[in-house]
Ligand binder design. Structure first.
Ligand SMILES: Nc1ncnc2c1ncn2[C@@H]1O[C@H](COP(=O)(O)OP(=O)(O)OP(=O)(O)O)[C@@H](O)[C@H]1O
Ligand SMILES: [Mg+2]
Length: 503
């Protein structure tokens, strides 16, 4: 960390942005200094990513001024921004699944500067970068075969493949586990030591308090204030961000789960898929929340995919004591299952369709009569879910791809809530969601449980599991290491099982 006397490397004054009728930014000021981590904090839809895209030359601003190293700055294209010394790791992954890691990392290099390069040179350059950053990734692998966490690390390597004065990281840890996040934090430390300015965006308060030097709060597209980390607290930041104080992170349980009857609502026995997971057995009762914790790569998401009929696995699945065969996802939906996936961009949403179409697409049978869609009912249902979840959207006819990341996540949830599932699987349900909206989502999960839904909640955030679940299933290396009542679960105990260190 250097002194704060030098002039800011990047300076923004009254920057505004309108998208047609939508005002994404009203007026934002920002001063970023070399050698420091400057966090941008704000609720979903506050305008953080939009501001970063203006800096990165993806959007042009509607008003305001910017200076980089004291010179007026207004990049017309991402290439121009990169040439000026600005690097960005985007919030939504921008990788090509059918290309290799090496090809993806170097894809944004300008051909004129790179010229023609051989495959061997490409691989060597990418490998040197990945090694330098200390990322545990094989540069030959196809991106489509990587986990979400690995893809995010590739996205980071891609963003850092240019030498830059200002590095922007937009929610880089949203699908990283703690150990992978540590790798990123080390990289950030090295960048600031080399005098780079880092602009950091995250909804995870612990890491914000740990990494930041300066924190700027934005609310509804407006600049609120800039504080030094050492001179503020988490609760002060949260109340600045949401505009009101927030006491509890987790809403209370609405009712004790019903006494476990003879036949649990949902029961899984001996679920096995060779080389991914084996012998997974557990029950979830009506009204119960079963947390699923495991390090990335432990097989959690693979198990959830199999439970939803998205891939084949040996073993028995019972609903109300009856054995069910789930041929595919639509079969699973028919039988009363819902699945909020961790990968909203590929599996959860149709990005170029409206909020309305996305919310109702899994529950069309409920809003059709004689096989014909009832438009008024469809609109009513979509509007209800939008207000229930507080999705920040101009209207239900807005294209989902233009919503902020956290609001897209709320649409995925709305879609599954609309199906009124009996068993709901939630894989990282609050990924990228701000603290205020998280509370709303937790409240909804509690409400669904109170209505008798059996809930399986996968999360890599241990506080979330311990705050919400009744029991915790811990996975390690494709197996269930333990199922613990939450009352007997400490973070240490759960981690010991997850890392295989439990005696
Ligand atoms: N291309 C676009 N067209 C229309 N509206 C847009 C577009 N991009 C962003 N918006 C709108 O601008 C507002 C700010 O979105 P932005 O993505 O900047 O929020 P954010 O602060 O990054 O939120 P999150 O924490 O959820 O990522 C939102 O209301 C969003 O719907
Ligand atoms: Mg964003």
């Amino acid at each position: 960390m250097s002194s704060t006397q030098q002039p800011p490397v990047l300076c923004l004054r009254q920057v505004a942005k309108h998208f047609g009728p939508v005002t994404a930014l009203k007026s934002v000021d920002l001063q970023v200094e070399r050698g420091r981590v400057h966090t941008l904090l704000g609720e979903n839809g506050a305008g953080k990513s939009t501001l970063m895209k203006i800096l990165a030359g993806v959007h042009s601003s509607s008003a305001g001024e910017m200076w980089l190293r004291g010179e007026p700055y207004a990049p017309a294209t991402p290439q121009e921004a990169a040439r000026s010394g600005l690097a960005i790791v985007f919030q939504e992954l921008s990788l090509c699944n059918n290309l290799s890691v090496a090809e993806n990392i170097l894809a944004t290099r300008e051909p004129s500067r790179l010229g023609w390069i051989s495959d061997a040179k490409l691989v060597a350059t990418a490998k040197a970068l990945v090694d330098d950053l200390g990322l545990p990734i094989n540069v030959h692998a196809k991106v489509g075969d990587l986990s979400m966490a690995q893809r995010q690390l590739v996205e980071i390597a891609k963003g850092l493949s240019h030498d830059a004065d200002v590095v922007i990281l937009d929610e880089p840890t949203s699908s990283l586990s703690d150990s992978e996040a540590e790798i990123l934090f080390r990289i950030i430390g090295r960048l600031t030591e080399r005098g780079k300015a880092v602009i950091y965006i995250s909804h995870r308060m612990e890491e914000i308090m740990r990494l930041s030097d300066d924190i700027t709060v934005v609310r509804d597209g407006e600049y609120i204030t800039t504080l030094k980390k050492d001179e503020t607290t988490t609760s002060e930041l949260i109340s600045l961000m949401v505009g009101r104080p927030m006491e509890n992170m987790f809403p209370p349980r609405l009712a004790e789960p019903a006494e476990s009857s003879a036949t649990p609502l949902f029961s899984v026995q001996g679920l096995t898929r060779p080389s991914e997971f084996s012998d997974i057995s557990f029950d979830v009762g009506a009204g119960e929340i079963l947390g699923f914790f495991g390090l990335i790569g432990s097989g959690r998401s693979e198990v959830m995919n199999a439970l939803f009929g998205m891939c084949h696995a040996e073993g028995k699945i019972r609903l109300d004591g009856e054995t069910v065969q789930l041929a595919d996802a639509s079969d699973a939906i028919k039988k009363g299952l819902g699945f909020v996936t961790e990968n909203r961009k590929e599996q959860g949403l149709v990005l170029n369709q409206t909020v309305r179409a996305n919310i109702t697409m899994a529950s069309l049978s409920q809003i059709s009569a004689g096989g014909i869609l009832q438009n008024a009912r469809e609109r009513r249902q979509a509007s209800e879910e939008v207000s229930r979840l507080g999705v920040r959207t101009h209207s239900i006819e807005t294209v989902v791809g233009t919503l902020s990341g956290g609001n897209q996540q709320k649409v995925v949830l709305a879609k599954w809530l609309a199906t009124r599932p009996r068993v709901l699987i939630l894989d990282e349900p609050t990924r990228g969601v701000d603290v205020g909206a998280k509370f709303e989502i937790y409240r909804l999960i509690r409400q669904l449980a109170a209505e008798g839904t059996a809930i399986i909640m996968v999360s890599s955030e241990l506080p979330e599991i311990l705050g919400m679940a009744d029991r915790v299933a811990v996975m390690a290396e494709g197996r269930l290491a333990a199922i613990l009542p939450v009352a007997e679960s400490t973070p240490e105990r759960v981690m010991a099982h997850a890392t295989g260190q439990h005696a």
